[in-house]
Write a protein that binds this ligand. Structure first.
Ligand SMILES: *Cc1c(COP(=O)(O)O)cnc(C)c1O
Length: 489
């Protein structure tokens, strides 16, 4: 069977040095222009040999064009990576942010000459605060994890200021993203793990047993990484507040709530957004991203410096004396912020909620179509993503095999083996930007894998069969990585 994303991945491309032929040229400068060039640098600083490959222009263009097709991207096909919200990124946004009036603005430009950009930052602070139900929002952090670090730092600054030195612990459910405990540890907090109940949620009795006067707060993802909405959220935030703690919200899953419900209204005191996920910015491979942090009224004074304010008709930077400090150079990742700003304006207040509704609809469509083929550990209702597992696969087929078989069928695999509370997890998040036809094709590929697992397990166990490299030795690849081509090998 042939699937839309399929391509000939078996094609082998030698490195450009192997394609080199002595004397071959793509371009040469007129002799006249080179006259005197040898006198620009002193002789001892000049190279005599650069060892660059020698090729014609057409060879270079074809080589890199072919290599570019080896990448899998959103522009290539469906990318159901759970928790990462790989939604389509409108091309018009890319065009707009490349406007030199943004790209060529020096970070040290005095405020009166940067009013347009500062106004956008100011408006973005307000819009994100409004979307999340917060009093204010900082654009400083460069990623979700950096937002967590900043938000937990704000909580630390708060307890420092009120002089409560006992509160050194933060509760985190066992379904949380790995960055959550790391952000607490980096801020000097000790992590207390809360075991999820049989519905994959926070149990109120369990929470009660963990709440002591040493607890600074809870770090909660809602909907959590199973896609399950913590329906007791109002009771949870009240219990934590009554015990003197604060509630941190991991907003990476805002795609399930965007424009429909506000974390601030649920009693969450501080939350990071992942602009690169929820607000449509190309991401993956480590960046770039942005992790703005929204806070409730009593935490505003602790936000990192600087902050954009409107003073006497002028947009300018301002510092707060009680700030947790600075968390990066200048102010935020402007390119990412700008794309998210445009994205919000494109939808407008009336339509922003359609993203979340369609994201939830798409995920539930996949869930309904695949639940007879793949096991669901938690039967609870889910929002924008669904987590299957490999526990009922025949012939010892594992999640890793299913992921590899999807590559053969032209798809980027979903998130695998996360969240940790589901053994052999397959976490699928389709996002709102996919059509029903795309979802149907993906579902067909997933069903084909489930059926082939029974009738021809070798096809799955040996996948991928259509790629140049099939299954590298993962231990060897980690222990003795070969990252560089060696001449003559
Ligand atoms: C992606 C994610 C993070 C971390 O965000 P980065 O931008 O990758 O640093 C944190 N929590 C959850 C639930 C996430 O999905």
């Amino acid at each position: 069977m042939s699937y839309p994303g399929m391509k000939d991945l078996k094609l082998k491309e030698s490195v450009i040095f192997e394609r080199s032929r002595e004397g071959r040229r793509g371009y040469s400068l007129p002799e006249e222009d080179l006259k005197g060039a040898e006198n620009i640098l002193p002789a001892e600083l000049r190279r005599t040999d650069l060892d660059l490959p020698e090729l014609s222009e057409v060879d270079v263009v074809r080589h890199y064009t072919r290599l570019s097709t080896y990448n899998y991207s959103l522009d290539h096909g469906f990318y159901p990576l759970g928790s990462c919200t790989m939604k389509y990124n409108p091309k018009i946004n890319e065009k707009l942010v490349r406007n030199p009036q943004f790209t060529e603005l020096h970070p040290e430009t005095p405020a009166p000459y940067a009013q347009g950009t500062l106004k956008i930052m100011f408006e973005m602070q307000r819009m994100l605060a409004e979307i999340g139900g917060f009093a204010a929002c900082t654009l400083n952090p460069s990623a979700g994890a950096h937002g967590e670090y900043t938000g937990i730092g704000i909580i630390r600054s708060y307890f420092d200021k009120i002089g409560d030195k006992k509160r050194k612990k933060i509760i985190i459910p066992d379904s949380a993203h790995g960055t959550n405990p790391a952000s607490c540890a980096l801020n000097g907090f000790e992590v207390v793990v809360l075991q999820s109940d049989e519905h994959g949620k926070v149990n109120l009795e369990t929470l009660k047993s963990l709440l002591t006067d040493e607890v600074a707060g809870i770090m909660l993802t809602n909907p959590n990484t199973l896609g399950v909405f913590e329906s007791d959220i109002l009771a949870i935030t009240k219990m934590v507040h009554d015990a003197g703690g604060l509630v941190y919200g991991d907003g990476a899953n805002m795609n399930a709530l965007l424009g429909v419900a506000r974390p601030g209204d649920m009693g969450i005191d501080v939350l990071h957004y992942n602009l690169h996920k929820t607000f449509s910015t190309p991401h993956g491979g480590g960046g770039p991203g942005a992790g703005p942090v929204g806070v409730c009224e009593k935490l505003v004074e602790f936000l990192p410096n600087p902050f954009v304010v409107l003073k006497d008709g002028l947009y300018t930077f301002n510092d707060s004396d009680n700030s947790m400090g600075r968390v990066r150079s200048f102010y935020g990742n402007m390119g990412v912020t700008l794309k998210a700003f445009i994205y919000i304006l494109e939808y407008g207040k009336e339509h922003l909620g359609e993203t979340a509704k369609n994201a939830v609809l798409n995920a539930n469509y996949i869930k309904a179509c695949l639940r007879d083929y793949y096991h669901l550990k938690y039967k609870s209702d889910t929002l924008h993503e669904v987590v299957f597992d490999d526990s009922e696969m025949p012939n010892h087929i594992t999640t890793m095999d299913i992921a590899k078989a999807l590559i053969d069928r032209g798809y980027h695999p979903p998130t695998v083996y996360f969240p940790l509370i589901v053994h052999g997890a397959l976490m699928i998040e389709p996002t709102e930007s996919e059509s029903k036809e795309t979802l149907d094709e993906f579902i067909e590929a997933m069903i084909d894998i489930a059926e082939t697992a029974k009738t021809n397990p070798e096809n799955i166990l040996n996948a991928p069969l259509n790629t140049a490299v099939s299954r590298p030795d993962e231990t060897l690849a980690a222990r003795k990585p070969v990252l560089k081509w060696q001449r003559g090998e």
